[in-house]
Design a protein around this ligand. Structure first.
Ligand code: NAP
Ligand code: G3P
Length: 484
């Protein structure tokens, strides 16, 4: 647990298998979102050091690509074991740095251990295919194609603050198991946790230079990384604005973007309202709603709206609000700017006539879970991603109106449909423009072997263990011309 005499956490660059301070001699102070004081510093890398890291990665990758799958597997298993052995320490840093409750932080580390191990197992059973030439008209039996998957080279992995270990490893593990090298750029507010993850990786004795930790503000070093000619693939998770900017900067290389969301919780008139309320509140307010897959709007049929609102309020009243040290579900947001943004959305809705059912209370970065009823389309909260504990209720009168409102969003990550009519559920799901639709469950990424997709402004490409491995490889065909 955190002692009162907090020892400052120091993070260094990890380049070519060595920890080092940046030659920039500049550091970025990390402030805890709930202690409101500095807890550590991360290095601000220079462009020259980025060049060096990428050069080391290119050299290491050539040899790593020749390593057997079993050799690669042995290193990833050691990494997973080291994460597990240091779970409590890593979880404490996650809590300090991003304000996640200790239990949620420990779960994040455990989930990451499971994720890495599953990546290995999946990769060990991903075989290519062979094709006969004579299956095509005029083709010859003497031609046989062997189709394999080969690594892309150097993967730039850029991760967000809210899962500083899990969403980073979700990129590094498939990249490495597929035979790539990695340049890892964590969110600055998350870089201390990312450093702890790399410390565990270091214990797995990967070849020097294969994995490099580069830290620094994305606004300062991000473009240089993204445009670097030594990068062969970019896997990005973060906000839509950042993703759009990055996509315009990147060259003609494979790109996977997992971005923002405005996932609707759709409640039909025939839904099990008690269960829907439980799922919606869990989906909307876990980790203060700082999840891309959080339920961020409720589209409820008029005829059951009053009853649902009462049930939602009862669920909210049971939420533990406060410090992550106390295991709270609703914790202080990542920083003051984030809290100001969410409060701005709440104020705008109230100014335009929304009704506060509960919440609209703030203590610095801590916003109490806020439920706003009678939210209309002219209110920003109807459309913008709060990434915080503010949930709008939008009343609808038909499935058609529900689908139209759901699809009018610029986002398309996930959606939840609560109904007892499975035919209606599929009929609506088939028309929702989203990567995934949950029927009678909250929106969420897991389990992690499921494909995880964002469409429209929620992303491009697919994650999920097998899909991530595929996205970090390409097919290569070897044609045998036999003399038969
Ligand atoms: P963010 O501000 O977009 O930052 C994401 C990452 O991009 C950070 O590492 C950031 O570094 C880096 N970055 C910033 N500017 C960059 C640039 N010009 N070039 C390259 N990289 C750059 O997002 P966040 O605040 O960390 O996370 C919250 C957002 O991410 C929300 O919108 C949420 O919905 C989304 N998200 C999506 C998913 C998903 O799976 N779809 C998962 C989690 C979060 P710095 O920290 O140094 O700025
Ligand atoms: O925002 C992180 C995104 O990956 C959500 O993960 O498992 O909380 O739905 P999860």
């Amino acid at each position: 647990m955190v002692s009162n005499t907090l020892t400052l956490l120091a993070s260094e660059l990890y380049i070519n298998g060595e920890w080092k301070k940046s030659k920039s001699e500049q550091t970025i102070e990390i402030t805890s979102p709930y202690l409101y004081k500095g807890i550590g510093k991360v290095q601000a890398i220079t462009q020259q050091e980025v060049d060096e890291a990428i050069s080391f990665a290119q050299v290491a990758q050539k040899e790593w690509a020749q390593a057997s799958l079993q050799q690669r597997a042995s290193h990833l298993y050691k990494w997973a074991d080291a994460l597990l052995a240091n779970k409590d320490e890593i979880a404490t840093v996650i809590m300090l740095e991003v304000g996640k409750s200790l239990n949620d932080a420990k779960s994040e580390v455990s989930r990451t251990v499971d994720f890495i191990r599953y990546v290995v197992e999946e990769a060990l059973h991903m075989h290519g295919e062979s094709m006969r030439g004579d299956s095509f008209p005029g083709g010859s039996k003497s031609k046989v194609a062997i189709v394999e998957r080969v690594p892309l080279g150097v993967v730039l992995a850029i991760s967000p603050f809210n899962y500083p270990v899990n969403l980073a490893a979700a990129k590094l593990a498939p990249a490495l198991m597929a035979g790539n090298a990695v340049i890892f750029k964590p969110a600055t507010q998350g870089a201390l946790s990312g450093t702890k993850m790399i410390e565990a990786l270091h214990l797995a004795e990967f070849p020097k230079g294969l994995v490099n930790l580069v830290t620094g503000r994305g606004s300062e070093i991000g473009d240089y990384l993204v445009e670097h000619k030594g990068i062969d693939m970019i896997s990005f998770t973060g906000g839509t604005d950042t993703g759009l900017h990055l996509a315009k900067k990147s060259a003609m290389i494979p790109l996977v973007l997992e971005l923002g969301g405005k996932d609707p919780g759709i409640v039909r008139q025939d839904a099990d309202l008690q269960e829907a309320a439980k799922q919606i509140i869990s989906g909307a307010f876990s980790y203060s709603g700082q999840r891309c897959t959080a339920i961020k709007r409720v589209l409820v049929h008029d005829s059951v709206a009053d009853e649902l609102v009462d049930l939602l309020k009862r669920e909210i009243d049971q939420l533990v609000v406060g410090s992550p040290v106390n295991g709270s579900t609703v914790v202080p947001l990542i920083d003051e700017q984030a809290a100001d943004f969410v409060q701005g959305l709440i104020d705008d809705a109230i100014d335009k006539g929304a009704v506060v059912v509960t919440g609209n209370k703030r203590d610095r970065n801590l916003l109490h879970p806020t439920l706003l009823d009678h939210v209309k389309e002219d209110m920003r909260l109807a459309w913008e991603e709060p990434f915080g504990p503010a949930l709008p209720i939008i009343r609808v009168s038909s499935d058609e109106q529900t689908i139209a409102l759901a699809n009018a969003s610029e986002f398309g990550l996930q959606a939840s449909i609560f109904t007892k009519d499975i035919n209606k559920a599929f009929a609506i799901a088939n028309q929702i423009e989203a990567g995934a639709v949950q029927i009678n469950g909250r929106t969420e990424r897991g389990p992690d072997h499921f494909p995880f997709i964002g469409v429209k402004k929620s992303g491009m490409g697919v994650q999920g263990i097998r899909k991530s491995i595929e996205s970090m490889t390409r097919e290569k065909v070897t044609v045998l011309n036999l003399s038969v």
